[in-house]
Design a protein around this ligand. Structure first.
Ligand code: MRU
Length: 373
């Protein structure tokens, strides 16, 4: 059975509630853009590509059930634009959401002079549905390019890699970006072991990535975030960690990359231990209008994500509904940035569906070639 974070049929959108994983596999039905906004804000769905697709499809199902036969094209255009403006306020760091909203805005505003309210509605729905389809094929291409690059830059035909956060089927429409690279290595029989970090405080690694790896029977080992340095020291001894491969929420024009908090520490560790450091992301994550990482807005999340953990209650030997447990002293101040920025200098390559971009001889990333028409 394939793991599906997003289930979509025309007029019906369901998301796997990621707050309940790995304890329960529960799907929530989203009927409106408000439902989608809340699911994204509360992180019931998450991951840069998934956020964009859920937002786009949330509005698609809302429109599907709206009778616009008596509405003008302008009425539907204004409605869609207002909803898109609202949806992009759900989470600020991942650019995929703003990118998708921009493309969908163009779809509805560029309709010809004879367009009706209904034709605008249908054009929007078709474009949103296409985003779901394109994401999977883009991820498969990312997986292929990333696996080839890692094998070309490694000794031996079996490698171990380390990843952070969750970038797999749960964070995308399917297959995944960094986790897609791991899936691709595994499919080539070239993966010795995938290591995944716990990824505090939301635990995307221990709750979600390890769930996907076990589900797909990929050889994998979970470590806490604080164990990464010790693991990399084993390179060349018992473990051949060929690369660290992570996803991205926004890659600036100079290659600086915002990704899950803890990514920057891993990039520093990779440099110290002479391990390759790769960012895997679709072109929709590359934001050439943002000059550098200093210009990326980093989302700060509630302190409770750090002071409280969720787990299932045990009732009479059976797992019951989730309960929360406080793991910090009452009254302590908390700083909870959801992302950090890894400087381009520490990144060896950005793996996209159009190939792997490396820095030029001047030490600078240039993404023009993968956006060439
Ligand atoms: O806060 P999250 O879980 O949405 O953060 C997810 C990440 O940082 C991922 O690495 C990134 O979005 C890429 S997912 C393909």
């Amino acid at each position: 059975m394939t793991l599906e974070a997003i289930k979509y049929n025309p007029g019906k959108l369901e998301i796997l509630d990621q707050l309940q994983l790995p304890h329960a596999e529960h799907y929530d039905t989203l009927r409106t853009s408000e439902d989608a906004w809340h699911a994204i804000k509360e992180m019931r769905t998450r991951g840069a590509p998934a956020i964009a697709i859920v937002a786009a499809l949330g509005l698609a199902v809302e429109l599907f059930h709206m009778d616009v036969s008596n509405k003008s094209a302008q009425h539907v255009q204004t409605f869609v634009q207002e909803k898109l403006d609202y949806l992009v306020t759900s989470r600020p760091t991942a650019v995929n959401l703003a990118d998708a909203a921009g493309k969908l805005r163009t779809v509805v505003t560029s309709a010809g002079g004879n367009a009706s309210g209904d034709s605008i509605k249908q054009a929007y729905i078709r474009a949103a549905e296409q985003m779901l389809v394109d994401d999977v094929s883009d991820n498969e291409a990312i997986g292929k390019h990333g696996a080839t690059w890692i094998l070309e830059h490694s000794k031996g035909d079996q490698v171990s890699v380390l990843t952070h956060c969750n970038t797999g089927s749960l964070a995308t429409a399917g297959y995944g970006t960094a986790l897609g690279v791991i899936r691709s290595l595994h499919a080539k029989n070239a993966l010795k072991q995938a290591f995944c970090t716990e990824t505090r405080p939301y635990n995307q690694g221990s709750r979600l990535t390890s769930f996907e790896l076990v589900h797909d029977q990929i050889p994998a080992t979970l470590i806490t975030d604080s164990m990464a340095a010790a693991l990399l020291r084993l390179k060349g001894k018992s473990e051949n960690i060929a690369a660290i491969v992570v996803g991205a929420d926004r890659v600036a024009a100079n290659g600086d990359t915002a990704n899950k908090i803890g990514t920057y520490s891993l990039a520093i560790l990779a440099r110290q231990h002479n391990v390759r450091f790769l960012v895997a992301a679709p072109r929709t994550t590359i934001d050439r209008s943002t000059k550098s990482g200093d210009d990326i807005v980093i989302e700060e999340r509630p302190g409770q994500e750090v002071t409280v953990i969720r787990g299932p209650r045990v009732q009479g030997g059976e797992l019951g509904p989730a309960e929360t447990v406080k793991i910090a002293a009452n009254g302590i101040n908390v700083w909870n940035p959801a992302f950090d920025v890894t400087p381009a200098e520490l990144i060896d390559g950005v793996v996209t569906e159009a190939g792997v971009v490396e820095k030029g001889s001047n030490g600078v990333f240039n993404f023009d070639s993968i956006f060439a028409p």
